[in-house]
Design a protein around this ligand. Structure first.
Ligand code: SF4
Length: 130
């Protein structure tokens, strides 16, 4: 969840490095969704010049826990273009900012394998090897 980013790096304990290739795949995962919290909603509202109620009604799921799907199940904020872009990149939700360094990708080999197939920016590395 990082379309439009230049983010890159590695984190202790994660068996991969990451450099965003701007594929947009993470923002258009089949069956994927973006959880949001109160701080995310506040930041998006300020960025868009909307009330938080306006953001909730226009861009969040009915229970307010995630971003609403856009066309074809893509993220509602994913913009088209030669390179995929995030329409709220400066205030993208915490889940997007931290992709792919998610705890579940450490806990599940299958989840990590799926992420590696999805995202061309993830490169496996052997831990403990400089
Ligand atoms: S909010 Fe932006 S970075 Fe996050 S999934 Fe949507 S388009 Fe991608």
């Amino acid at each position: 969840m990082s379309a439009g980013s230049e983010q890159r790096g590695e984190r202790d304990g994660y068996p991969f490095t990451f450099r965003c290739r701007r594929s947009g795949n993470c923002c258009a995962r089949p069956g994927g969704f973006v959880r949001v919290g109160p701080a995310d909603v506040t930041a998006i509202a300020e960025h868009l010049g909307l009330s938080e109620a306006g953001v909730r009604s226009r861009f969040l799921s009915a229970d307010g826990s995630r971003l609403r799907d856009g066309v074809g199940g893509r993220c509602v904020f994913l913009q088209d273009g030669a390179q995929a872009g995030c329409g709220i990149y400066p205030v993208r939700p915490e889940r997007c900012r931290t992709w792919p360094f998610w705890p579940e990708l450490l806990e599940s080999d299958e989840a990590r394998a799926q992420a590696e197939r999805l995202c061309p920016g993830i490169e496996p590395r052997a831990l403990g090897v400089p």
